[in-house]
Design a binder for this molecule. Sequence first.
Ligand code: F6R
Length: 245
Amino acid sequence: MKVIVTKSYEESCRAAANEIITQVQKKPESKLGLATGGTAEQVYPFLVDAYKEGKVDFSRITTVNLDEYIGMDPDSLQSYRSYMACRFFGPAGIDAANTYVPSGRNKAEDEIQLFNEKLYEDKMVDLQLLGVGVSGHIGFNEPGEKLTAGVHIEKLDESTIAANSRFFDSPDDVPKEAITMGIGDIMKAEKIVLIATGENKVPVMKALLTDDEITCKIPATMLKMHRDATIVIDAELAKAAGYQN
Ligand code: F6R
């Protein structure tokens, strides 16, 4: 894995955005795998700025998002479709027809089939953006005795429900399941860029960057097996996780 240590979370977002911009400049018809969540949120304004400054053209990209809560209406403000539409697709001039965010409302088996078609039709994901959960999840692949390779419905870890309750009125409102790319799907991306920040990610980053173990109990550790994974963290998190370049 390549590790980029930046001065601040803002610089991490700029660095992650630059990876995406470079990818699209090199290959304008890139297929991007995209993430939502609090950490990835500030990556998108850098992409939008680059688009507005004419540095990058997103008109030929296609996108596939990692996941969505089961039961979530795509039209709801809390949906990952709305998140992507207002933070990236709309302001960066991306045609919604070239994007796929799984629906949490469709019949599970139909949506899993559609997700697989979108993931694997034409070409594989060129670059996958990831955040990481306090549980160690990537996408919504939660820790356990085993992991799942393909697209599936995942029961969310208690720690994920607690962490994500900040986006809802109460913890009871957080959906308990999600549809997600599997670990195998994520690992098939040509290139992976993971961004992390904050004290609550220290144990996971320690497991990823300073321990040698690969374990289903911390799904992000699977990234140690990827050929081209870049981890972007700020100096504060690197220090707290005991990482030294
Ligand atoms: C979101 C996703 C999740 C988040 C993770 C971190 O699409 O797949 O894995 O990246 O839960 O979320 P934050 O950044 O809010 O801590």
